[in-house]
Ligand binder design. Structure first.
Ligand code: NI
Length: 394
């Protein structure tokens, strides 16, 4: 079966590169993936896959019915949105949309999703179970997965697989991660309200700028002294605004930031922890404050059995020296975690790096991928899907 899947993927490779280049040159921002969705739906229909459009606003769902008595589905999820970045790659098929670029490889993800659908559809009656392909919108704003789930994309799903490109792993190799893969990411907005006054008479005012510096310092120090150092928390204030003139004490400062954590138990406690610290500091110096802590996506926790499935599929397909077991999680965020609240799943990293030229990081205007990785992704996922049902139906 592996040889058959590899042959099918290899035959499809030129078509898949064409698809990827088309998507790459027509990037669309989060929640506006209209043309991409229509294109994806067209490709799926052309290989006889049942398609449902406008799932999760601009998402697409394709379904392939296999043999076997199990009515549940294995889901394979990819994302379709691009970023507000002006491309500087000089590729023939560079973005035709000013200021929008597929700089996070979601063009490759979508192509791998389509390629996997094409390969599995060609297996016909020997596919031992049902597969649902989720093409989600708006991953970059951590919304699309939630929209898809709300529209029923996870109904009757018994497991879910996904991938993300990774430029620091060479094309032809994959990265497998057991346990936590990405961080929970929350948004933080703090408003500190003091009292204005003359810059020469601090005792008659309440200095919101100085108090905000105390708030930031307290939060950073409190992480090191009150959080478990083996359960990392990263708090970054990325924007600060307030004040009017050199000799006027500011009465209002706004802080905006992000809070990242890896452990679910830590994530649960963070809102109250932040609120209490900020309020205590502000009240100590007579200021008022408003803390708006918005819970974002949880961390991605890869399921062990499904991670083993991805690992063994990749090892059989590519050999053990092409499979890296990743020892560290990332503090980046992935809304794949929203699906994991409904079924176990695992996401792997698809190497897209070149070995003979520099690799730019994700979200860089010169980010490019080694397209040979597309076949690696397709075979790994298609074979994992086959093995999943072979195992579950035996
Ligand atoms: Ni991404």
């Amino acid at each position: 079966m592996l040889t058959r899947i590899k042959d099918l993927a290899q035959t499809l490779a030129p078509r898949l590169i064409e698809i990827r280049r088309h998507i790459h040159s027509h990037p669309e921002l989060s929640g506006q993936e209209y043309q991409t969705a229509a294109y994806v739906a067209g490709v799926l229909s052309s290989c006889g896959i049942k398609v449902q459009e406008a799932v999760g606003k601009t998402g697409v769902v394709g379904e392939l019915t296999g043999q076997g008595s199990d009515s549940r589905l294995l889901a394979i999820r990819t994302d379709m949105d691009a970023l507000p970045i002006a491309e500087r790659t000089n590729l023939d098929f560079a973005s035709r949309q000013t200021g929008i670029m597929h700089a996070c490889g979601h063009d490759v993800h979508t192509t791998v999703g389509l390629g996997t659908a094409m390969v599995l559809s060609q297996l016909g009656e020997i596919l031992p179970g049902n597969v649902r392909f989720l093409f989600q919108p708006a991953e970059e704003i951590s919304q699309g997965a939630g929209w898809m789930v709300q529209d029923g994309a996870m109904a009757n799903v018994s497991g879910i697989l996904s991938l993300h490109v990774f430029p620091s792993i060479p094309a032809g190799s994959v990265g497998i991660r057991y346990g936590v893969l990405t961080a929970a990411a929350d948004d933080l907005e703090i408003t500190i309200m003091g009292e204005s006054g003359h810059g020469a008479r601090p005792h008659e005012a309440i200095d919101a700028i100085w108090i905000s510096s105390q708030v930031i310092t307290t939060l950073q120090q409190a992480i090191s002294r009150t959080q478990n150092p083996l359960r990392p928390v990263v708090l970054t204030i990325g924007k600060i605004s307030g004040g009017r003139a050199a000799n006027v004490i500011a009465d209002r400062v706004e802080l905006v930031g992000t809070v990242r954590s890896l452990h679910p138990e830590t994530h649960v406690k963070l809102p109250e922890w932040v609120e209490r610290l900020v309020e205590n500091v502000c009240h100590t110096y007579g200021a008022h404050c408003q803390v708006n802590y918005k819970r974002g996506v949880p961390s991605v926790q890869n399921n062990t059995a499904l991670t083993q499935l991805l690992e063994s599929s990749a090892r059989e397909a590519w050999g053990s020296d092409r499979v890296q077991i990743l020892t560290e999680p990332s503090l980046g965020a992935e809304d794949f975690s929203m699906y994991l609240e409904h079924a176990p799943g695992s996401m792997f990293r698809l190497g897209v790096g070149y070995e003979d030229k520099p690799n730019y990081p994700l979200h860089h205007p010169q980010f490019t991928v080694n397209e040979s990785a597309i076949v690696t992704g397709v075979v790994t996922l298609a074979y994992a899907a086959y093995k999943y049902w072979q195992h579950h139906s035996s």
